[in-house]
Design a protein around this ligand. Structure first.
Ligand SMILES: C[S@@+](CC[C@H](N)C(=O)[O-])C[C@H]1O[C@@H](n2cnc3c(N)ncnc32)[C@H](O)[C@@H]1O
Length: 281
């Protein structure tokens, strides 16, 4: 049975050392205006949160196994914050080896925030160009050591699928979660297909898959469907219902450091409330 812990993943005391076969997660994208306005006091405190979580990730990961993060730089008031570059530096600093960067390319029809290139249409002159963003980074890190594979034959990857869907490329063209899916309104969830590829390619049947920023539970739901076990951390108690719905039966632990965030975050997105009335981590 899987486990969902409502609490801050800077402390993953419920997970023992070297017990996790794969980490798959998408951290909050700093104070992204459409998801997490003013969640963190400043960029330094955001980076320090990531560092603490990565430290825990390294502790719980088995030797030779992978930690995979879906991230993207974020633009706030015109300034671009280099989350991808900083996450790579942090991971390397704490001793995880940087192995690969896969680009998740979204369909062109999907531009979530705004069409930045619209400025150029109005002013078609040099230096008025601002590209529309259609990708996210999938960063793959490895802990040192030789991996021990369990259930090797059962975990064998379907080569026909691998070839047909071009999993072998460093660019994966995948449709994002559509607004018709209920959980799309809670977090910027990554698609189940992305989780399916990562879990199939980097873990074995029976492994524990950990997501330290569980959100609506995509990692856990797909891990279960692929016969892996899972542990997920989510700080926001308001996601309990959607997580239970997506993940099914699981042991649920509620720690005293869990919070209620969504309602306030949503209100801040709608009204763009000043930072002092927003929740913070
Ligand atoms: C980008 S979302 C994850 C989306 C997820 N992949 C999904 O499929 O829904 C990041 C999540 O991390 C949670 N979070 C932020 N800081 C956290 C922390 N310190 N510990 C645990 N969860 C945290 C947020 O509440 C949010 O739900």
């Amino acid at each position: 049975m899987g486990k969902v812990i409502f609490g801050d993943s800077r402390d993953m005391r419920e997970v023992s050392n070297e017990s996790v076969g794969l980490v798959l997660s998408s951290p909050p994208y700093y104070n992204a205006p459409y998801d997490f306005p003013d969640l963190f006091r400043d960029y330094r405190s955001y980076i320090s949160t990531l560092r603490e979580v990565l430290f825990e990730v390294r502790r719980v990961l088995q030797r030779g196994r992978a930690a995979v993060f879906v991230v993207q730089d974020v633009r706030i008031d015109g300034e671009l914050y280099p989350i991808t570059a900083d996450l790579i530096s942090l991971a390397r600093e704490i001793g995880l080896r940087y192995q690969d960067r896969i680009i998740w390319r979204k369909p062109e029809g999907y531009i979530r925030i705004s069409r930045r290139s619209g400025v150029f249409v109005q002013h078609p002159y040099p230096l008025y160009f601002y590209p529309d963003n259609v990708y996210e980074d999938v960063l793959v890190f490895r802990k040192e050591g030789k991996p021990q594979l369990i259930n090797r034959e059962e975990s064998k990857v379907d080569l026909n699928l691998f070839q047909r869907e071009k999993w072998y490329l460093s660019v994966w063209e995948l449709t994002n979660v559509l607004p018709s899916q209920r959980w799309s309104k809670f977090t910027a969830a990554f698609p189940e297909e992305l989780a399916k590829r990562v879990i199939t390619l980097y873990s074995c049947v029976g492994d524990v898959v950990l997501d330290p920023f569980l959100g609506t539970g995509t990692t856990a739901a797909v891990a279960r469907a692929l016969r892996r076990d899972f542990v997920g951390y989510e700080v926001d108690l308001e996601l309990e219902e959607v997580i239970r719905e997506r993940v099914g039966e699981a042991e649920v632990v509620k720690r005293s450091d869990a919070k209620r965030l969504r309602t306030t975050l949503k209100a801040a997105v709608t009204k763009r409330t000043p930072s002092d009335s927003s929740p913070s981590l």
